[in-house]
Design a protein around this ligand. Structure first.
Ligand code: NAP
Length: 262
């Protein structure tokens, strides 16, 4: 199947590591151009070099999206370099553990702002270009938006809002032929996930326990499995799919976790 991504330009926030890295790689492998907005200079530049050695195209904007002006700058840089934007993958985020007890009103607001604000900002500033290209938007949310996790009010509030905005934007952008979908991971081994695992006394045991509860094959979802679904949603092959919340989680959120266990 041809995804028809050749020469199309996609912004990927947090696109240098973890899930975002797999998405950037997959866009480039399919002939598209990944514009990676990520603060990690080393990871970003290594990825660009590796892809260009395979005649694939990606562009790194070394930036942590914190305020609207930065999102505007990132959009302008992408357009001045490539002249178009065909899609956005809102992916950057961090589970920062701001809870009711271990948190504060100020920390809660900051967490929501940092996990949610740039999702809106990138789409807002890129909209004129997405209208021209009949673009596609994919929001990466989290199963914590559906199940809760405990001790992470800011992150889950932002992740839930991303699902609401997926529906809201899908409606608002119907007249322009722009599709908007969300992909919901649960357990994916990434630098972020490893940092979280390392907060436990026995990370290996914790990982084994989690994997034993993932119904399909008792294993983590790979970043590539998330990327495959995201890139499908960016592509013309998903041309009648919009406003959807798609769980790529081995059944973790919805299936009976007792199934298949001793
Ligand atoms: P990750 O390993 O931390 O990679 C994310 C990348 O985004 C990092 O390079 C990070 O840079 C960068 N980043 C963070 N905040 C940014 C910002 N404001 N602007 C630009 N770049 C930023 O994370 P991941 O596990 O791949 O998670 C990616 C997305 O998936 C997140 O939205 C997360 O909520 C969601 N998710 C992940 C899992 C999972 O199991 N991994 C489960 C559910 C949902 P720094 O490292 O310098 O901060």
């Amino acid at each position: 199947m041809n995804l028809n991504l050749e020469k199309k330009v996609f912004l990927v926030s947090g696109g240098a590591k973890g899930i975002g890295e797999a998405i950037s790689r997959t866009i480039a492998t399919e002939g598209g151009i990944a514009v990676i907005i990520d603060p990690s200079i080393e990871a970003g530049e290594n990825l660009i070099q590796e892809l260009s050695s395979k005649n694939q195209t990606a562009y790194h904007i070394p930036m942590r999206l914190l305020d609207p002006d930065q999102a505007m700058d990132a959009v302008n840089m992408a357009v001045s370099r490539f002249g178009r934007i065909d899609g956005i993958v809102n992916n950057a985020g961090a589970n920062d553990g701001i809870g009711l007890e271990q948190g504060s009103p100020v920390a809660f607001r900051k967490s929501v702002e940092q996990n949610l604000g740039h999702y809106y900002d990138l789409v807002h500033f890129a909209l004129p270009y997405l209208k021209k290209s009949f673009g596609s938007i994919v929001n990466i949310s989290s199963k914590t938006a559906i199940t809760g996790q405990g001790n992470t009010s800011g992150y889950t509030a932002a992740k839930g809002a991303q699902l609401s905005l997926t529906r809201e934007w899908a409606v608002e952008l119907l007249p322009y032929g722009i599709r908007v979908n969300a992909v919901i991971p649960a357990e994916v081994m990434t630098p972020l996930y490893q940092r979280w695992l390392d907060t436990f006394d026995h990370p290996e045991e914790k990982l084994n326990l989690i994997q034993s509860r993932i119904p399909f094959e008792n294993r983590m979802t790979t970043p590539q499995e998330i990327a495959n679904t995201v890139v499908f949603l960016l592509s013309d092959l998903s041309s009648h799919t919009t406003g959807q919340h798609i769980f790529v989680d081995g059944g973790y959120t919805h299936l009976d976790r007792a199934i298949g266990r001793e």
